[in-house]
Design a protein around this ligand. Structure first.
Ligand code: BGC
Length: 772
């Protein structure tokens, strides 16, 4: 893979550090320094404004609007009005003047610029010395953080220390709903109400989206450690104070801004919201800045204690994996089932904030093994959008429920028909997610309640969308696109066929169990969903007769006719042609055997233990050389399989992009936001890849191997009320139950009982890599 690292940020095991201001890199830095707490996210933009290149991005999970661009198609089933995550209120809004000169990082004389994100506290700081045209020098430090648990709360602190003068500084601080959406630069916000909350010495404003009628109350209270003068300022969609603060040479003046943002995804009366916002702001004021910061530190201390992955002998990947865990945790931790994980999290507008099949296939394992409640909430999100999926199935002239390829609110938002109308991996992904979640947690209540209802509707959709071959009399899917998005409108895509077959099988198994153990509940389900025995038998028939093309050497054909496609040698594609979507005509991408991302290998990864090593080997050896890994999800999946097949160098090569995809800007598009779902794949890359975890069998399997570049690593996983610790060195593996009961695990092919005392095993020779 032709990718190079920018090596821009400083190496540090616990911090992301930028030394010196580089205006040309600002958008990348803004993405890297994004903060989030699942409820809201804010890019690392300069709150005082800049005339330089910047995306002032402030986003809220589930706050969206519809595009105003002209509808392009009248064909049925094609999305004409996509929705997108909307850039929202600028609650950090600030402006600073000294002697009539406004601070603008892009033009100001600034020295000693230093920006740091501390992963142990979630606090972002930026400091520098500003010399004005009148030669005054002032040291300025900005600090901000979002409370991870009291998720409406945001905090900003600005400190000024004059180095060679005493005198006034003028600061404007407030809340601004005039934010333009980056992709469609018009304002989608209207002002509903604004004013002073006298008893709190605070200002607040309520903004509402023009078409979706969602609302945000945003209010703030200031604490300043000395006397100052203030004047209220108001403009359209904006409220704030203009402050005049007298500074004293070599003394620090600190302005703390305590902000509360209360969102309403469904419209409520503005009086109700005003009251709720006022109450939340009162709570925040009584908590205070320092106490909030202390709570924040405690939160992250707990997270690192539970979820940290320690890597010995590799500072780069150590920093990389901690950055991944930090960003995942910030983006989603199961606070609210109406939230999901966008491909870019809450860090930018690319992919419009949408959640994809990435959630169930790449992100879910992180939560399954760290925070099962969050895993459940991700599935509850799909349940809460089941009606939208039902209606999408109807748009496609099918029955049941078809989950969207890209969404925020459950409706399909992808306006590329060849994806939205022909990719069914979100639907089979939801079924897979239900199976994986229940398999690991044994949450029967979920399975026999929301889980089975989704399974029935997905199976129903798959049966109605699938078809029967005239020649072979076999079942499968026609005119589809599998995970490999370089093959459009193909028949019998192996991934789609296989995942549908598994969905039918699992749905039937659950229904059969219900018929024995809970006939009444089954009857209610059948009445509620209109399920008949005939339909259920049809699914059985479809599953039994699903078509696959497998060669004698075990290679499964990616789709009917794939083996006949013209071959291109991907190693001969010039680096300058990448990304291909921008350099090759769209249809040219579809006319050969080049693969974007794992397809056959993807289902061999998901249902790993159902395939023999020989089958995985044959398919890996055939498909990997044809894959260009244009999707950032691709390298990690290949790395996990390569490690399993003993191709450790290859596994490490693929892995080198995983943890630092964004920190090193490998894909040259971190400026648009982080690759949040790839970040989850990076976690899998270590735990499933080098740790050898397999979670699709009866027992958890671990086959840890330490890459040559490392001297050891350790991680913890949560499993059925236990915490299991895995610590490796080049020659040993130590396993211990940190919390909960002992457990039987399969380690290097042998069953072992692991308990609280722990066991240390010698790594078998075939799992020890030669080190130079
Ligand atoms: C990949 C999809 C993925 C999407 C969002 C695309 O480039 O091909 O599989 O769902 O990105 O991450």
């Amino acid at each position: 893979m032709a990718k190079t690292a920018d090596d821009y940020f400083k190496l540090d095991p616990w911090k992301i550090v930028e030394e010196g201001f580089n205006p040309g890199y600002e958008r990348v830095s803004e993405s890297i320094f994004s903060l989030g707490n699942e409820y809201m996210g804010v890019r690392g933009y300069f709150e005082e404004g800049t005339s330089g290149d910047s995306l002032l991005g402030s986003y809220f999970n589930g706050i969206y609007e519809f595009s105003r661009k002209e509808a392009l198609s009248h064909y049925k089933g094609i999305v004409t009005k996509p929705h997108f995550m909307l850039n929202a209120v600028n609650w950090l809004d600030t402006a600073i003047w000294l002697d009539d000169e406004r601070l603008d990082m892009n033009t100001a004389d600034v020295k000693a610029f230093y920006r740091e994100l501390d992963l142990r506290t979630g606090v972002l700081t930026r400091s520098f010395i500003w010399t004005t045209k009148t030669k005054k020098q002032v040291k300025i430090i900005f600090e901000r953080f979002l409370h991870m648990e009291k998720s409406t709360n945001g905090y900003q602190k600005i400190s000024f220390e004059p180095l060679n003068f005493s005198g006034d500084i003028q600061v404007q601080t407030g809340i601004d709903f005039n934010t333009k959406h980056g992709e469609e630069p018009i304002s989608f916000w209207e002002e509903q109400q604004k004013g002073e909350l006298e008893e709190l010495e605070a200002l607040a404003i309520v903004g509402q989206t023009v078409t979706t009628k969602q609302q945000i109350f945003s209010g703030f209270h200031l604490v300043i450690n000395q006397d100052y003068k203030k004047k209220r300022i108001e403009a359209e969609k904006k409220i704030g104070y203009s402050l005049v603060v007298p500074l004293t040479q070599n003394r620090e003046t600190i302005i703390e801004k305590l902000v509360v943002n209360v969102i309403k995804k469904e419209e409520v009366s503005k009086d109700v919201l005003w009251l709720e916002g006022t109450k939340a702001l009162a709570d925040s004021v009584s908590l205070g800045y320092e106490q909030a910061q202390k709570e924040q530190q405690d939160y992250w201390a707990y997270i690192w204690d539970q979820f940290d992955i320690q890597i010995e002998g590799d500072e780069k990947n150590q920093q990389g994996i901690r950055f991944c865990i930090f960003q995942l945790q910030q983006t989603y931790h199961g606070q609210n089932p109406s939230n999901n994980i966008g491909a870019k999290g809450l860090t930018g507008e690319a992919y419009s904030g949408h959640a994809f099949w990435d959630t169930e296939t790449c992100c879910l394992p992180y939560y399954l093994f760290n925070n099962p409640k969050a895993a459940k909430n991700l599935l509850e999100f799909r349940y809460s959008t089941l009606d939208a999926a039902r209606s999408r199935a109807q748009d496609l002239d099918c029955r049941g429920a078809c989950y969207p390829i890209a969404t925020l609110n459950g409706e399909e938002a992808c306006d590329l028909w060849q994806h939205a109308s022909t990719q069914f991996q979100p639907s089979t992904g939801v079924a897979y997610g239900i199976w994986h979640y229940v398999h690991l947690t044994d949450d029967q209540a979920f399975l026999y309640g929301h889980g089975i209802e989704m399974l029935v509707e997905i199976s129903r959709f798959l049966e109605s969308r699938g078809d029967w071959s005239q020649l072979t009399k076999k079942f499968g899917f026609y005119g589809v696109m599998g995970p490999d998005e370089f093959q459009v409108m193909v028949n019998h895509n192996a991934y789609t066929n296989y995942m549908a077959q598994q969905t039918f099988d699992y749905t039937i198994k659950v229904l059969e169990r219900m018929s024995v153990a809970m006939p009444e509940q089954l009857e209610q389900l059948m009445t509620r969903t209109g399920l008949s025995e005939e339909e259920w038998n049809n699914w059985q028939h479809c599953a039994e007769e699903t078509l696959f093309f497998e060669r004698e050497d075990g290679v499964i054909e990616q789709h009917e006719g794939y083996f006949d496609l013209p071959h291109i040698d991907i190693d001969n594609i010039p680096i300058s042609d990448f990304p291909l979507y921008s350099h090759w005509s769209y249809d040219r991408i579809y006319r050969n055997d080049m693969i974007k991302q794992p397809d056959v290998l993807m289902f061999q990864f998901l249902y790993n233990q159902r395939f023999s090593k020989d089958s995985k080997q044959a398919n890996y050896d055939y498909y990997e050389p044809r894959t260009i890994h244009e999707s950032s999800l691709s390298p990690s999946i290949h790395s996990v399989l390569a490690a399993e097949l003993g191709k450790f160098d290859e596994a490490f090569d693929f892995f080198s992009f995983a943890t630092r995809m964004d920190l090193d800007n490998y894909n040259r598009n971190t400026n648009e936001g982080l690759h949040t779902t790839s970040i989850a794949a990076a976690w899998m890359n270590i735990v499933y890849g080098f740790g050898g975890l397999r979670s699709d069998g009866e027992q958890l399997v671990l086959n840890p191997v330490v890459p040559k570049q490392w001297t050891g690593y350790s991680f913890r996983i949560e499993y059925r009320n236990r915490i299991i610790e895995v610590k490796t060195s080049t020659t040993t593996v130590a396993l211990r139950i940190v919390k909960g009961d002992s457990i039987l695990l399969s380690i290097y092919g042998e069953e072992r009982l692991i308990d609280g005392k722990g066991s240390e095993l010698s790594t078998p020779e075939e799992w020890q890599l030669q080190r130079s």
